[in-house]
Ligand binder design. Structure first.
Ligand code: DAH
Length: 348
């Protein structure tokens, strides 16, 4: 009988040792201590023993049971401990490791350049105006005195909106002039930066590009004011107070007279060559860069906007921004602005 108890004991201890979960321990408990368990069998067989034997065997059976119950509790503790250390292992963090920097973006170079321009013109009293990027043919062309037959209206150059007759993606920011004048009385000083669209795409053209339009109208605005504003703005933009401007006669239907505004090349300071004698490639050695279209607002445009052309005069200008950014930051391909390669974008 004693040896039966010993056997049962060592059997249960071995079973406990291999029990790897709470459930497995419970199963061991049932196997030995359950209603039909092996321990029960021993207790049942006690009845066949003599009184003396019952006492000794019963005593050692009880001791064995107590011991085994303790072993069960211990095994539960061990399993719990193993579980916790597994979690601790898995969720372990080294609080001294430097944190991961979240990727925070920043404004695109073009947007930042527009911010800068807004500042520069704001200091000269120019307000900001906006207009729609999907524009009517009327505002994009007619109100600006652009005749029906003008080549700019050609399917080749302009994105027309499918199924929406008479709508275009604005080809320039000049229509904002008319929108603004229709809503505001003179005197006005306003700039309108924004996206413009043309069917053009190569190293120096993108089908979407940015322009900045400027407009000043009052009772006695002259070309001298235009020259002063352009010169100051360009000096500020290129951060070079030696920059000069010149006007060359040109034609735009919405101004009369119309002109191209050139500024001295900010790379070679207008010398055509660099200090070490190397010919300047940007201005092709002529010392001047074409920067903007400009002119005195055409009387028809003033009239279309509801202004009296006998009473008011004004100047307007429009400049492409990508080219200026390329010059200022020495960028050699327009494509880089819009292909979203972070290696490029993060440089600025
Ligand atoms: N809108 C013209 C263009 O996109 C640029 C321009 C020329 C704007 C003369 C003006 C201007 O305001 O007076 O080519």
């Amino acid at each position: 009988m004693q040896s039966k108890i010993e056997k049962l004991k060592s059997g249960m201890l071995a079973d406990l040792k291999t029990a790897k979960s709470e459930q497995a321990i419970k199963d061991v408990e049932v196997k030995y201590f359950g209603k039909k368990g092996l321990f029960g069998d021993i207790m049942k067989s006690l009845k066949d023993l003599s009184v003396e034997e019952k006492q000794t065997v019963g005593k050692s059976a009880n001791m064995a049971k107590k011991e085994l119950e303790e072993a069960v509790m211990k095994r539960y503790d061990e399993i719990e401990h193993e579980k916790l250390s597994a979690i601790a292992e898995e969720e372990w963090i080294d609080v001294t490791v430097p944190g991961k920097k979240p990727q925070i973006g920043h404004r695109h170079l073009i947007s930042r350049f527009i911010d800068d321009l807004e500042q520069i013109f704001a200091k000269m009293g120019f307000e900001l105006a906006e207009g729609p990027e999907v524009e009517t043919e009327e505002y994009n062309f007619d109100h600006l005195n652009i005749p029906e037959t003008h080549p700019a209206r050609d399917m080749q150059d302009t994105f027309w909106i499918k199924n929406l007759e008479k709508y275009v993606l604005r080809t320039h920011t000049s229509p904002v002039q008319v929108h603004y004048m229709q809503k505001n009385d003179p005197p006005i000083r306003v700039i309108a930066p924004g996206k413009t669209f043309r069917k053009d795409s190569d190293a120096t053209h993108s089908p979407m590009f940015h322009q900045l339009e400027g407009l000043m109208v009052d009772t006695d605005v002259s070309m001298a004011n235009l020259k002063a504003v352009m010169t100051h703005a360009l000096q500020q933009i290129f951060e070079d107070s030696t920059i000069k401007t010149r006007f060359r006669v040109s034609y735009f239907p919405f101004v009369e007279p119309g002109m191209e505004v050139d500024c001295t090349c900010p790379i070679c300071q207008g010398n055509g060559k660099l200090p070490d004698g190397v010919p300047c490639r940007l201005c092709k050695q002529c010392g001047w860069l074409e920067i903007a279209g400009a002119g005195m607002v055409h009387p028809h445009v003033l009239k279309n906007a509801g202004y009296d052309p006998e009473k008011y005069t004004g100047f307007a200008f429009g400049m492409g921004l990508e080219r200026m950014v390329m010059i200022k930051y020495r960028i050699n391909h327009m494509r880089l602005f819009f292909e979203n390669d972070l290696r490029f974008i993060e440089q600025f």
